[in-house]
Design a protein around this ligand. Structure first.
Ligand code: PEP
Length: 248
């Protein structure tokens, strides 16, 4: 049994006025059974303060991106070491919004994931097909290529998380069916087993794409769905905790 991970991605949402949401999740977790790991990835400006709120609690804090290098002339970027120093324990890499908005290739994503490993934090490596690719029947091919190219050998010990996020389901309210999710997650598990043997068998595979309290239980009950990466519904503590409840 793989311990689930319920992860929130706040994207570019949240000023200090959102810190009480972190506190509400901390308090909510302390009153619940310990059945899953729980993570919030706020914007970088809140990372250190959120980590202080969550200190010594069941809630981990992470970042939404990192640079591949440790330091240097990269204006506006944050290294994985800086994220670790600020209290971050995970970093999302290769989110489809970054692949699209910042032209991030899978090779760049793999370098970022290796940087996370170097800094001692866990990369959450995102993959997902567009609607056009799904309609062309290319979903499994795309996912297989993205996995092969975005996961670096540096994490061959299994110290990473995969998030399957169909691009057409992110922020659209269109959730993938359990059959669609089941098919892709089983295929991802096969690929991880083939490449990483036993280490691949324990890697968590999260589903992301319009996961909400009312659809979470069905998705999280699938054998190879080991948690969720949740955008919109992670901005409200009650919704996020309801998804946590569905996952334990
Ligand atoms: C995401 O940001 O990774 C995501 C899945 O967003 P949403 O839950 O809003 O679709």
């Amino acid at each position: 049994m793989i311990r689930p991970l319920i992860a929130g991605n706040w994207k570019m949402n949240g000023t200090s006025a959102m810190l009480p949401v972190v506190q509400e999740v901390v308090t909510g977790l302390s009153a619940r059974a310990d059945g899953a790991d729980c993570l919030i990835c706020p914007p970088a400006t809140l990372l250190e303060r959120a980590a202080k709120v969550a200190q010594a609690s069941a809630l981990a804090i992470g970042a939404q991106d990192c640079h591949a290098k440790e330091a240097g002339a990269h204006t506006g970027d944050l290294s994985a070491e800086m994220i670790a120093d600020a209290g971050g324990r995970y970093v999302i890499v290769g989110h489809s919004e970054r692949r699209a908005d910042h032209f991030e290739s899978s090779e760049i994503v793999a370098n970022k994931a290796a940087a996370a490993k170097r800094a001692g934090i866990t990369p959450i490596i995102c993959v997902g097909e567009t609607l056009e690719e799904r309609e062309a029947g290319r979903t499994l091919e795309i996912i297989s290529d993205q996995l092969a190219e975005s996961i670096p050998d540096a994490v061959c010990d299994g110290s990473f998380v995969v998030a399957y996020e169909p691009v057409w389901a992110i922020g659209t309210g269109k959730v993938a069916t359990t059959e669609q999710v089941d098919e892709v997650h089983n295929a991802i598990r096969d690929k991880l087993n083939q490449r990483f043997a036993d280490a691949g068998a324990s890697v968590r595979i999260l589903y992301g794409g319009s996961m909400k309290p009312d659809n979470a239980a069905g998705l999280l009950s699938l054998q190879n769905v080991n948690g969720g990466l949740i955008g919109g519904a992670s901005l409200k503590a009650a919704d996020f905790l309801a998804i946590y409840d569905a996952g334990i």
